[in-house]
Design a protein. Structure first.
Length: 307
């Protein structure tokens, strides 16, 4: 049984006449009659009562046509959905992010613009560490990943990356900490301070970068507490457990008792990379176009302010 057999039965039921049904279907009457007869033989039931003057649905025929209409409608819906997904009208865009990514103006603007322009595409954000993001990209669970690191991440075949943003690192500390009295700090000022950092599984590359900055400033990083999340990290700092170094975009988070101070060291920077498949989906390409536009507009504003 094929989909066309269902369409044939539905058309005959609508017209109650083989000749009119054949004309509507664009075929001759004998082949249509043969196809309906073959369908009845396959089902083992009589769908239509035929006389020389009229065609009537049997009770099994009525039930069959009723279900056939549902089946054809479902198939047509599936085809329509597939075509819309292929054209980027509907679907899901799966994006992996680090905690700071949605706080960056360019990225937040791109998310907002994408939702406004493509309301039927679901934007699924997943906060993952670098290794999990790479695995999800390779496995097809992510379309895009925003990852943080000083250097370009190591990529598997079929993936591409480019640097999106370079931003300064800042110090987070209690607002009554003696160092909070200074408007500007250097890494060397943190030599005697206990640090709170992400667990290595979450921030291995970032932690290594902080440790390298400390060594260059003449001291060894003293980590007294590791944590599995941004909220806990900043909460522990505000509770006086120690200081931490984070990307400047995270200064948008306001917590009572917490202060942020810029770092003067030229190498105290962090980079955010965007990783995609070499052959991205239509949804992904549309988001990347929007992101590119947001980046260009921000650069134009910065250039105008600088001049």
């Amino acid at each position: 049984m094929e989909l066309r057999h269902l369409r044939y039965a539905i058309c005959v039921a609508d017209e109650m006449h083989f000749g009119r049904a054949a004309a509507r279907l664009g075929i001759s009457q004998p082949p249509l009659s043969q196809q309906i007869r073959a369908l009845e033989e396959e089902l083992g039931v009589t769908l239509f009562e035929r006389t020389s003057r009229r065609v009537l649905l049997t009770e099994p025929g009525r039930l069959f046509v009723e279900e056939a209409r549902k089946a054809v409608a479902q198939v047509e819906h599936a085809v329509d959905q597939a075509r819309r997904a292929a054209s980027g009208e509907i679907g899901t865009l799966a994006v992996g992010v680090v905690a700071s990514a949605p706080l960056i103006e360019t990225i937040a603007s791109a998310f907002r613009a994408f939702r406004e322009r493509h309301p039927r595409i679901r934007l699924a954000l997943r906060e993952l560490n670098l290794d999990d993001q790479m695995d999800a990209l390779i496995g097809g669970q992510l379309d895009i990943a925003f990852v943080r690191g000083l250097d370009m991440p190591v990529l598997a075949e079929g993936l591409s990356a480019r640097m999106l943003i370079e931003e300064d690192l800042i110090v987070a500390l209690r607002d009554d900490h003696p160092l909070a009295e200074r408007p500007l700090l250097g890494i060397a000022d943190l030599a005697d301070q206990p640090f709170v950092l992400y667990e290595r599984a979450l921030g291995a590359g970032f932690n290594d970068h902080i440790a390298k900055l400390c060594r260059a400033a003449g001291f060894t990083l003293n980590v007294i507490q590791e944590t599995g999340g941004l909220a806990t990290l900043l909460g522990l700092v505000s509770a006086g457990f120690g200081v931490t170094v984070i990307a400047r975009s995270l200064a948008a988070i306001h917590i009572e008792g917490l202060a942020y101070r810029p770092l003067k060291d030229s190498d105290a920077i962090s980079r955010l990379w965007i990783v995609t498949h070499d052959s991205p989906s239509v949804c992904c390409r549309r988001f990347l176009d929007i992101l590119e536009g947001c980046s260009a507009r921000k650069l134009a504003r910065q250039t105008a302010l600088a001049s």
